[in-house]
Design a protein around this ligand. Structure first.
Ligand code: BGC
Length: 380
């Protein structure tokens, strides 16, 4: 072999080694999750990290299908609710683990006006539009754009939402990037652009349950802290009245860690009654656009702690009020009311109809961005 050839081969091997993840590093691996009844294939990407945490993201709704983290004894458990097959996700209306959009949460009567034009969105929730309408981002098949292994593991998925889909103006290009770091963090980065003025509000809709055993599945004893001094009260169809009200002296004061179940049956509180528990947008303290702690959940029994950070102005806390025990989810578990903590960092509900709320308008040439970080820890 000539000297030149040896040098070239060595250089090739070194560069191949440099791009190949080492066995201990974080890994992204593609797999097939299954198929919808009409034959559409749904793919999965499994992200694993050296810390033992692993997460499966599927192309149906760019959603988190499973997420395993250790409890204080090191035992791994799946801490998100969901299903074992694609069609179950497609038929269900709970948005388990999904990327929700174009507009997460509700828009009153599905109507809004932008630059003098009135728009009517698909109605799917008691006369209102919820989480993007009849077939929102959660029920679309996203494309895997890229995966990466190395010091962290990631997958980027994309979806192109055509002009007029579910009544929304403008063709919208959206991406959802999930990154699992070796330090035990899962980052979600949502981005969107449009070719016409429109509205956007993307969020992650994971139902967390930090228990290690189905025998202790209720989240009512979980300690919840929300970094919010105000919330946005709603009417009886869960549309904000427009008020921004202090949490002080209400069941919505979670500024200090408080058991979720402590005030959830407070019949004197109209908001608790309207929401059947907690289903409320909290106005996060700190500056929107900067990543800051939104909420922290601790399961005192398993020791698992979840911290949620975001750049969004608000976070919806939903206590799984509409889980009725009517079906069986993953691991053969029946999901009942109060079995999950859903924390959805987002713009305020019905923002397009409330000029005093932060704007959810997206114009051509601008870029929408919402970053969410789940940090997992244990309390010994
Ligand atoms: C909403 C709830 C709704 C749930 C599932 C939550 O984000 O706030 O009212 O029932 O999603 O659809």
């Amino acid at each position: 072999m000539s000297a030149l050839r040896t040098v070239l081969l060595t250089a090739l091997c070194v560069s191949a080694l440099a791009t190949m993840p080492d066995a201990g590093a974080a890994q992204a691996r593609r797999a097939t999750f299954g198929a919808l009844a009409d034959g559409t294939r749904i793919d999965a990407v499994d992200l694993t990290s050296r810390s033992g945490i692993r997460v499966r993201i599927i192309t149906l709704g760019a959603r988190i299908q499973s997420l395993y983290t250790p409890d204080r004894t090191g035992k791994l458990a799946d801490i998100v609710l969901g299903f074992d097959s694609p069609q179950q996700y497609f038929d269900d209306s709970n948005y388990f683990g999904a990327t929700v959009g174009r507009f997460a949460n509700r828009i009153g009567k599905g109507r809004f006006t932008l630059d003098g034009h009135s728009y009517q969105l698909a109605i799917n929730d008691h006369g209102n539009s919820l989480h993007g309408g009849t077939r929102g981002f959660d029920k679309r098949v996203w494309k895997i754009e890229s995966t990466r292994s190395g010091s962290s593991a990631s997958v980027r998925m994309s979806y192109v939402s055509p002009d007029g889909e579910e009544g929304y103006p403008g063709t919208m290009h959206v991406t959802a990037t999930y990154t699992l770091t070796d330090s035990g963090e899962l980052r979600i980065d949502y981005r969107a652009t449009t070719d016409k003025p429109t509205i956007v509000n993307m969020s992650g809709h994971s139902y967390f349950n930090l228990a290690s055993s189905p025998a202790h599945f209720s989240t009512m004893r979980d300690l919840l802290q929300i970094n919010a001094s105000h919330y946005t009260p709603v009417d009886d169809t869960l549309i904000p009245t427009g008020a921004i009200t202090p949490v002080a002296g209400t069941p919505f004061d979670f500024r200090k860690p408080t058991p979720i179940g402590l005030r959830i049956r407070d019949g004197n509180d109209t908001q608790i009654r309207y929401c059947h528990g907690y289903d409320m947008n909290f106005v996060l303290d700190g500056r929107p656009g900067t990543i800051r702690l939104a909420a922290r959940v601790e399961d005192p029994r398993s020791g698992r702690v979840l911290e949620v950070y975001t750049t969004a102005p608000g976070v919806q806390f939903y206590s799984g009020n509409f889980l009725t025990g009517a079906f069986v989810g993953k691991h053969g578990i029946v999901y009942r009311q109060g079995d999950a903590v859903v924390l959805e960092p987002q713009d305020f509900p019905d923002a397009p109809n409330h000029p005093n709320f932060p704007s959810a308008t997206l114009n051509p040439g601008a870029a929408y961005h919402n970053e969410i970080v789940y940090r997992f820890a244990v309390k010994r």
